[in-house]
Design a protein around this ligand. Structure first.
Ligand code: HAM
Length: 437
């Protein structure tokens, strides 16, 4: 029978990859926690209307990328293409936005039917943050400080740069849109096809065009910055002052508009040139109108999301994965004979109590001494413990170093914990636990 394969653009994350995922996730969680952010978990499926109303009907995501289906009740549902809309819905639905501020984070898979390539997938993962109830630029700055700290902790700070822009109020954007369309219309016949279409549907997105001729035309186009309203200008200046004071470098990019409609005022992207075309590893901005647009009371919001796959690619590309991030075992127990096998099981349990941080693998599945040793070697364990008839008779264990040229030695059970400390480090041992066979 034909084999059933995974869906294109939806990846399995195999055991040799999961340690780096866990490392990234736990590091991010620790940094978020250090700023007092709290986790929220939303469903993966929402009503289609939620995304249409928030991301915008004439965006790439809603027009061509959503996984939308009818469920058995005939309701139109969509696999979430991003986390902001669901987070706003959940926060509003559960009264988290009433007379209070919120600093929330979430993690999980998102779904977009894009053309898969390196760094771009149909199921991908985001780590995101959303903050509610704060109008000033201090919270925008905090988000950027928090991400900058994360890059430092991950050793990525010299590989990413911050691009910043202000989109102003909807009115300011409207005035700019008119000016931009007026200008682009004069050059319409020389625009690429996508940009010609966007000229009528979503003109600001023309600024994102990668086409070189369109880019050349854009060089003389009106600039959004010149159309900003006073409040947005003040907000942006406030943000810049805070970033300057904190020593966070950035580039103001007046062409940065983002692909989702809910943004206003601050928008930003952290980009790298180490990953080719998919270089945005983290992106976000302010969305003060979104809560109201989704039926809530007017509530300011600001947030961002990081692409986990892209960050992992970047960690690997620049060689910033710490040495301890792997599946290596610490201790591998080998036994010869049924009785020794039973004892090894118990010894392994007792080792796990004594060394709670260590990875203790007890051989299972039988086999010769040689084949067990081979498995021990492949496990990358630092040390193998061998239990045979002699060891059983003398209440001892043979300790076989696997990664250095220390001699193998047979030690009494009551001396084993001290010997293992030399391999695993003093700090790992729980002194109160006595090793038993
Ligand atoms: P976004 O720019 O659409 O924004 O996505 C954020 C990040 O998710 C991107 O910068 C990228 O790293 C990653 N990403 C997006 N699409 C893919 C894909 N197909 N494959 C791999 N990675 C991808 C949002 O989603 C907003 N909700 C961010 C936000 C939160 N704004 C305010 N709060």
């Amino acid at each position: 029978m034909a084999r059933i394969q995974a869906i294109r653009g939806m990846n399995d994350i195999l055991p040799d990859q999961t340690p780096i995922w866990q490392y990234l996730e736990s590091t991010v969680r620790r940094v978020f926690r250090s700023y007092g952010y709290q986790e929220i978990r939303m469903p993966i499926v929402e009503q289609t209307e939620l995304f249409k109303r928030s991301i915008g009907e004439v965006t790439d995501i809603v027009e061509k990328e959503m996984y939308t289906f009818e469920d058995r009740n005939g309701d139109s549902l969509t696999l979430r293409p991003e986390g902001t809309a669901g987070c706003v819905r959940a926060a509003e639905e559960h009264g988290l936005l009433f007379n209070q501020t919120q600093k929330l984070w979430y993690a999980g898979p998102m779904f977009r039917h894009e053309r898969p390539q390196k760094g771009r997938y149909r199921q991908f993962h985001q780590l995101g943050v959303e903050c509610f109830g704060m109008t000033g630029p201090d919270i925008d700055a905090e988000l950027l400080l928090m991400t900058a700290r994360l890059w430092r902790v991950l050793g990525l700070d010299s590989h990413v740069t911050l691009q910043l822009n202000s989109l102003g109020t909807p009115e300011a954007r409207g005035a700019y849109r008119d000016a931009l369309v007026g200008y682009l219309k004069q050059h319409e016949d020389r625009l690429d096809e996508d940009s010609r279409r966007r000229l009528t549907t979503n003109p600001l997105r023309v600024l994102d065009s990668k086409d070189s001729q369109t880019q050349a035309i854009l060089a003389d186009a009106p600039v959004l910055t010149d159309f900003l309203d006073d409040l947005s200008r003040e907000h942006f200046a406030g943000l810049r002052t805070l970033l300057d004071a904190a020593g966070i470098p950035y580039t103001v990019n007046p062409r940065l508009v983002r692909g989702l409609d809910y943004y206003g005022k601050t928008v930003f992207e952290w980009v790298t040139d180490s990953l080719g075309a998919q270089g945005t590893v983290c992106a976000g901005g302010r969305y003060d109108g979104l809560v109201e647009q989704l039926g809530g009371k007017p509530t300011p919001g600001v947030g961002f999301a990081m692409g986990v796959e892209r960050l992992i690619l970047l960690l690997e590309t620049v060689g910033s994965v710490p040495a301890g991030v792997n599946n290596d075992a610490d201790v591998y127990l080998i036994a010869m004979g049924d009785e020794a096998g039973r004892k090894a099981f118990l010894l392994a349990e007792s080792l796990r109590s004594s060394f709670p941080e260590a990875s203790v693998v007890c051989h299972t599945g039988g086999g010769s001494f040689k084949s067990q040793m081979k498995k021990a070697d492949r496990s990358s364990a630092k040390v193998a413990l061998v239990l045979g008839e002699d060891e059983l008779a003398n209440a001892s264990v043979t300790v076989k170093p696997l990664r250095d040229d220390r001699q193998q030695a047979t030690v009494q059970l009551d001396a084993l914990a001290d010997v293992l400390k030399e391999f695993l480090g003093q700090g790992q041992a729980d002194a109160d636990n006595e090793l038993r066979l």
